[in-house]
Design a protein around this ligand. Structure first.
Ligand code: MGD
Ligand code: MGD
Ligand code: SF4
Ligand code: MO
Length: 757
């Protein structure tokens, strides 16, 4: 008997572009993966990673069964049944918190959790049950500065001003490489195609980056910048707008507060004062400001290169100041706010509550125990995880749950983190591999293959360049007996609540949802639960959020008063999704600041400017040192996907890019080995000469170093690469957001003598 060919619509869960795919299958076999032409967001676009979903699904190293250490921390990780794995957790984990308090358990949430509705929605349940202050995530290796700045200016952490690329005339990209990364904190599939269209209609794309990146290659102009000096460049651009009378507030004017304070704050940052430090001529800085101001519709977009530096929050603020002071805030063709169809109530509070005013955001409700970093959006800096484990005293972290994260490779000073993990009394990892972090766990609980899960993008419609809603069902049924991850999180929740390993998690799910409804003050909670009964688990939460969202059929009070509105059943019946149109102006309704204004001059940020001013005169690095930056490659994804044959083939990707002039001075040759070191930390990487590098700057991608004993990534270990984060300093953060400094760190680079030479 042959299996019938079938076609499936499936949203790609691998990156923030969230492309819609069409998968063809015959029985359990995947026969093709393509972009789905009818997808309302991505219209057929896909990248090579999507095709690797087949390899991921079939990867023999992908875990299908829990692994546990039966005889304590020094015994080997061995396959176990689900019952045995949870019984071990129930036996060991509550004992730690019972003896040492709730903060003795830390939680780490990694990047892929943002792409899995079961993980993201149910993590909130686990965090509440854990009641610990020790919560860390990839956000402090990534976008925390952007969230803090957006929160301070607009009143909510997730109210991000997004470039309206399809209607703009001028786009400045700084510290982002969306041609390779496919965009971040901005869901915009096929950036390259959209950039091409922008230029074809006479618009201009300009890139500022220490490397002539793949995005710079498709731009009209590119400027090198010394890594870490964006704060100076952007402050000088804002200064120029004031100095040359180019300030234009536009239709947002009535809602803006603090323009004069901004003028005073940037007064000293003239183009001449910063040019030398940035490596950009003063005239060029002025011209960048003038071009931005002169374009009828313009936008500035900054991403990870501007966040992972010592002034990440200031830089993110200056970017939105440029957008605002040129009249482009909340305007078509400028930067605009999405209106997400779901999670308005809990994750996207800018459509919930009273429009136009709110509590705003604060930081520092508690502090890290050792270095005293303020909590930001409920999180402590992930670079401080190790010290919280190492340092004895009340509140010491003694147990850890890591969910879809790999800090041993992803965070600065991985070796220190690895050593700290070995000091824990108990550790659980939820992962699909035994990765470099999970190898330290007492229990690894595997997730399903993405193709065995249904999908709704929980956070990304909030960052989408167009309003839209999409849902896709699972392609394959999960294997019998393997629970979906939301159930694993609920079982951990039950264990932390003292209900043991065998609690009825479906009953707990009902109970927690009913609690949510009561807490939200629902007048008719029972009727609401009844109306949601077609769905269970994360789908039920999505249905609820969609129905009570801005486009929903309104389950809230009054009950069901928008019968034509959206719900999950309607969305599921629309493969390719529902288009909700281009972004619309949302001021002042979007604002959730206490003043009801866009806060252009938040005191926290103004108070940080003198730090930058004092630093302006200093040099970054000693003579002879190089500054190291990262790099993303389309065929790689942070610290994973290196185990998949279709992506792993081809040229070596973990290479050190060096400008030819630097190479000559340092005695490096193309294809030769370089030793890169910072203090006692060092690594060796193959050199590739590249005129695309700014002289004085070298680039090495992150997420490599798959040669650590105990991880189980067979293919990846054959070409392990080296871990950039071994070199980076876990003491370097942006103090406002707690974000790690991952870029522009000074290193020593020297040739490694060829053996026998
Ligand atoms: N030097 C340097 N370091 C960086 C960066 C940089 O630019 N430079 N970038 C930083 C950024 S932006 C980020 S977001 C972080 C990312 O760093 P992490 O948050 O550590 O995320 P990943 O490296 O993506 O690894 C996540 C793990 O999730 C697992 N996983 C994948 N899918 C699933 C699933 O469905 N369920 C479960 N349970 N697990 C799954 C993978 O197997 C992998 O082990 O790295 C950061 N590190
Ligand atoms: N293929 C692929 N796609 C990915 C990922 C991946 O690992 N691989 N990771 C995903 C994740 S988690 C994220 S957060 C996004 C990130 O998405 P992007 O922000 O687009 O990340 P990058 O491609 O690293 O681009 C950052 C750029 O900043 C530049 N840069 C470095 N330092 C500085 C500096 O000091 N100043 C300025 N102006 N520029 C600087 C770098 O040279 C680089 O070109 O990508 C996502 N998409
Ligand atoms: S760009 Fe590639 S990895 Fe990202 S969502 Fe689209 S297909 Fe998936
Ligand atoms: Mo990220």
């Amino acid at each position: 008997m042959t299996d019938a060919a079938q076609s499936h619509y499936r949203i790609c869960p691998l990156c923030e572009a969230c492309c819609g795919l069409e998968l063809r299958t015959e029985g359990q076999r995947i026969t093709s993966i393509r972009g789905f032409e009818a997808d309302v967001l991505s219209a057929g676009y896909l990248c090579p990673k999507a095709v690797a979903l087949k390899d991921l699904h079939e990867d023999p190293d992908r875990l299908r069964q829990p692994l546990i250490r039966r005889h304590g921390r020094n015994s080997p990780l061995e396959p176990a049944s689900w019952d045995e794995a949870f019984a071990l957790i129930a036996q060991r984990l509550p004992a730690v918190t019972a003896a040492h308090g709730r903060d003795a358990l830390a939680l780490v949430l990694g990047n892929p959790a943002a792409h899995k509705m079961g993980l993201l929605l149910y993590f909130a349940r686990l965090l509440r049950a854990a009641g610990t202050r020790n919560f860390f995530s990839a956000s402090t290796l990534d976008q925390m500065p952007k969230q803090l700045q957006s929160g301070l200016m607009f009143g909510h952490w997730l109210s991000l001003a997004l470039p309206d690329i399809e209607r703009t005339d001028y786009m400045l990209v700084i510290g982002a490489n969306p041609v390779a990364s496919n965009g971040s904190m901005w869901t915009v599939p096929d950036f390259r195609g959209k950039a091409k269209a922008l230029r074809a209609r006479g618009g201009k794309l300009v890139v500022i980056d220490p490397r002539r990146s793949e995005t710079a290659e498709v731009a009209d102009a590119h400027h090198f910048i010394r890594p870490g000096t964006d704060v100076f460049l952007l402050a000088a651009m804002v200064n120029t707008l004031f100095a040359e009378g180019l300030i234009r507030l536009g239709p947002a004017a009535p809602w803006l507060a603090g323009v004069d304070s901004v003028r005073d704050a940037v007064a000293g940052f003239t183009p001449e004062a910063v040019a030398g430090r940035c490596g950009i001529a003063a005239d060029s800085i002025r011209q960048l400001a003038r071009d931005l101001a002169a374009a009828p519709r313009a936008c500035v977009y900054g991403r990870i290169g501007t966040c992972t530096q010592a002034y990440g929050t200031l830089v993110s603020w200056l970017i939105d100041l440029l957008n605002t002071l040129t009249g482009n805030l909340d305007q078509p063709g400028g930067v605009m706010f999405a209106q997400a169809p779901a999670f308005a109530a809990n994750t996207v509070a800018n459509t919930a509550g009273q429009p136009g005013v709110g509590r705003g955001v604060t930081t520092g409700r508690h502090h890290g125990r050792v270095s005293g970093a303020p909590e930001v959006f409920g999180e402590l800096p992930i670079v401080q995880l190790a010290e919280e484990i190492e340092t004895a005293g009340p509140g010491q972290v003694r147990a850890l749950i890591v969910i879809a994260g790999n800090p041993v490779l992803s965070a600065p000073n991985g070796p220190r983190i690895a050593a700290a993990l070995d000091q824990l009394e108990f550790m659980v990892s939820l992962d699909i591999y035994c990765n470099e972090t999970a190898r330290h766990a007492d229990v690894i609980l595997p997730g399903l293959s993405p193709l065995q899960e249904s999908h709704y993008d929980v956070p990304f419609p909030q960052f989408s360049h167009r309003n839209q809603a999409r849902y896709s069902a699972a392609v394959f049924a999960p294997p019998a007996g393997q629970p979906p991850e939301w159930q694993n999180l609920l079982r951990l929740t039950a264990i932390l609540q003292g209900r043991g390993a065998t609690a009825d998690v479906l009953a707990l799910d009902d109970e927690l949802l009913a609690d949510d409804l009561r807490r939200a003050g629902a007048a008719q909670p029972d009727a609401m639960l009844q109306a949601l009964s077609a769905w269970s688990g994360p789908e039920r939460l999505v249905d609820l959020a969609l129905r009570n969202g801005p486009y929903g059929d309104k389950l809230g009070d009054p009950f069901g008063d928008q019968p034509d509105g959206m719900n999950l059943a309607k969305l599921a019946a629309a493969p390719g999704g529902i288009d909700l149109g281009p972004l619309q102006p949302r001021l002042p309704e979007l604002l959730r600041t206490p003043s009801g204004r866009v806060e252009l001059a938040p005191p926290l940020l103004l108070a940080d400017l003198p730090r930058a001013w004092a630093d302006l005169a200093a040099a970054n690095g000693q003579p002879g040192q190089m500054l190291i930056i990262g790099r993303r490659d389309t065929r790689s994804n942070n610290s994973w996907m290196h185990n998949l044959p279709t992506l792993a083939k081809g040229p070596e990707r973990c290479t050190l890019l060096v400008h030819p002039a630097d190479a000559e001075r340092l005695g490096l040759s193309d294809g030769g080995l370089a030793r890169v070191s910072r203090g006692a930390a060092s690594l060796q990487a193959p050199v590739v000469l590249s005129a695309a590098m700014m002289p004085g700057v070298v680039s090495l991608p992150h997420g490599w170093g798959h040669d650590l004993a105990g991880s189980r990534l067979g293919l990846a270990s054959l070409r392990p690469g080296v871990n950039l984060n071994v070199l980076l300093d876990d003491g370097l953060i942006d103090p406002l957001s707690g974000n790690a400094v991952l870029s522009g760190v000074a290193v020593q680079v020297e040739a490694v003598a060829a053996v026998g030479a």
